[in-house]
Design a protein around this ligand. Structure first.
Ligand SMILES: N[C@@H](CCC(=O)N[C@@H](CS)C(=O)NCC(=O)O)C(=O)O
Length: 207
């Protein structure tokens, strides 16, 4: 497998999962917001053939090309069932995993990405800095909802670490880096999971 990624962006979720899974892989550092002529750029024509939007992550495995972080997490987890990143014993656990992963993508990370787009990612003429307050409001709402969706256990699902924990910890780390108000219990969640050896190894790769 080959993972194309950049720093602590969403590709970090996939890098972390690969480290948890113990699968062999190659990491290809891919630069965002650089000139298309740069062979390492996400805008380079050879990369655009893999990922039409010029975004990270991209995972390739033989002729398979995946360009969505959650699909990559699921693929990695299913390629290494012994990792326990996806529990194979309960339909209800699957349903909860789907619910929480959907919530992270659709609700929790959206205000973060909205802020990022209007801060640095969109062409300047399309940026509206006034929406930072809206993003803050929406993030707060999502956090309050998450309090109802999650129990107070160490992990999101049952008694073990799963890919949902990667999604949550990475997204709260992103929120902290983007200066959102992250409550202490979610800062603790981030700290707890980032202390895992696999997360530390992934961090060393992107540092
Ligand atoms: N839905 C995609 C989103 C991918 C995405 O937007 N990636 C960002 C980095 S986190 C990116 O590559 N942006 C390109 C840019 O900012 O130029 C996923 O979850 O993988």
């Amino acid at each position: 497998m080959k993972l194309y990624g950049f720093g602590q962006s969403r590709s970090f979720r996939c890098l972390w999962a690969l480290e948890e899974a113990g699968l062999p892989y190659e990491y290809v550092n891919t630069k965002l917001r650089t000139e298309a002529e740069d062979p390492e750029s996400a805008k380079h024509p050879s990369y655009l053939e893999l990922n039409r939007q010029g975004k990270v992550p991209t995972l390739t495995d033989g002729d398979l090309v995946l360009t969505e972080s959650l699909a990559i997490l699921n693929y990695v987890a299913r390629s290494a069932p012994e990792s326990g990143l996806l529990p194979y014993d309960s339909m209800k656990a699957y349903a909860r995993i789907d619910e929480l992963n959907s919530f992270v993508l659709a609700e929790l990370e959206q205000p973060l990405w909205s802020k990022g787009k209007h801060w640095f990612a969109l062409p300047e003429e399309h940026r509206i800095p006034q929406m930072f307050e809206t993003a803050k409001f929406e993030f707060q709402k999502a956090v309050n909802t998450l309090d109802h969706l999650l129990g107070d256990g160490e992990y999101a699902i049952g008694k073990r670490f799963t890919l949902v924990d990667i999604m949550l910890a990475h997204t709260f780390n992103w929120a902290i880096r983007f200066e959102f108000d992250v409550p202490d219990h979610y800062r603790a969640l981030r700290d707890r999971h980032y202390e895992r050896p696999a997360a530390q190894r992934a961090m060393a790769i992107v540092s």
